[in-house]
Design a protein around this ligand. Structure first.
Ligand code: ZN
Length: 345
């Protein structure tokens, strides 16, 4: 079987070569579609000391959303180039570990499908189920792989790509006292959103104070930013969310803070500017005009860099025990319409 190449995979391999002196690159799994075989890469850099913080950048869970992979690749390329001259980046990498999986679902990208080669939506495939009703189909379904948002067969376990993501997150992120992740998607709504768990319930996460503090430093250092920072459950609930699954897993470990984020790039703006995109399978999820794509890539690079810096400097912004209660109160008012937090006195 020959490995099948396509532009995002070729670009990933080019960047890996350019940064080879500083990158620790592994093929964490291989997936086959028909007679083609595709590697799933994980690239790590920075200090591997397990007491230091780490952040993971993920893209390409959904094959149609190529711009997600391209944003992660643009940041990885930026780092590879800066490592040649940027002393401040080298200094930063002595204090933080960065991990990249830019192309989680290569078979889906190559085929131009949201799902993987088995017809399974990787973001509906984890063993976490919503206890309440989810939107029909969109929230995840077990009816058929021919319909979108297919979760896979009950009890069959996760797909190879998701097992690879979980193994990388467990080894590189959950093994540390503090970690974050940013998973890049496109296609939902007209605004750019930063989502945090949960997707399977409207209840707030245990680290709401920490998430609120992160949102505060982001807001304070990015005047006029256009991101909507919110729990995913604010938009819709879903079964099988991998980040919910990994976040719940982190709660089983003592003294861990793991803050998973999803960047949802609002593609309806691109479609509004060029309604013909509605008739292209890729167009709904990706800016089709080169200058628009460049603008999208440019706009999100500072965001990814901000999160890397936030991970490295987490001691400086994580709320102290004495201020946590106030952060939770503010967060409940901001995101949960003032509901009392679960378990709060
Ligand atoms: Zn997506």
């Amino acid at each position: 079987m020959a490995a099948r190449e396509f532009s995002q995979l070729i670009e990933l391999q080019r960047i890996v070569e350019a940064g080879a002196a500083h990158f620790d690159t592994r093929v964490v799994c291989e997936v086959s579609s028909g007679q083609h075989r595709f590697p799933v890469y994980a690239i790590a850099m920075g200090n591997p000391d397990p007491m230091l913080p780490a952040i993971g950048f993920f893209g390409g869970f959904h094959g149609l959303e190529r711009i997600g992979t391209e944003v992660v690749l643009a940041y990885l390329d930026n780092l590879a180039m800066r490592l040649k001259w940027d002393r401040t980046l080298h200094d930063m990498l002595e204090h933080v570990r960065l991990v990249f999986m830019p192309l989680v679902n290569p078979a889906g990208v190559w085929r131009g499908t949201r799902a993987n080669h088995n017809g399974i939506d990787l973001m509906r495939n984890a063993p976490v189920r919503a206890a309440v009703r989810v939107p029909l189909l969109l929230g995840g379904q077990r009816i058929s792989p021919r319909l979108p948002w297919y979760c896979g067969i009950e009890g069959q376990g996760m797909e190879a790509e998701n097992l690879a993501v979980c193994a990388v997150v467990e080894a590189e992120l959950l093994s540390r006292p503090f970690s974050m992740s940013v998973d890049c998607h496109s296609g939902f709504g007209a605004a750019d959103r930063i989502w945090f768990p949960y997707a399977h319930t409207r209840e707030p996460i245990a680290h709401l104070a920490e998430m609120y503090a992160l949102q505060e430093i982001f807001r304070d250092t990015h005047a006029n930013h256009r991101y909507i920072f919110e729990p995913q459950s604010e938009q819709y609930l879903a079964h099988g969310d991998v980040w919910d699954h990994l976040y719940l897993q982190s709660l089983q470990l003592a003294e861990r803070v793991f803050l998973p984020l999803t960047l949802e790039m609002g593609s309806w703006i691109w479609v509004k500017k060029n309604p013909r995109q509605l008739f292209s399978r890729h167009g709904m999820f990706n800016p089709l005009i080169a200058h628009r794509q460049q603008r999208v890539l440019r706009r999100h690079l500072p965001l990814l860099d901000f999160f890397a810096r936030a991970a490295r400097s987490h001691h400086r912004w994580l709320p102290a025990e004495t201020t946590k209660a106030q952060h939770v109160k503010d967060a409940m008012a901001h995101w949960y319409a003032g509901r009392a937090p679960v378990g709060a006195a």
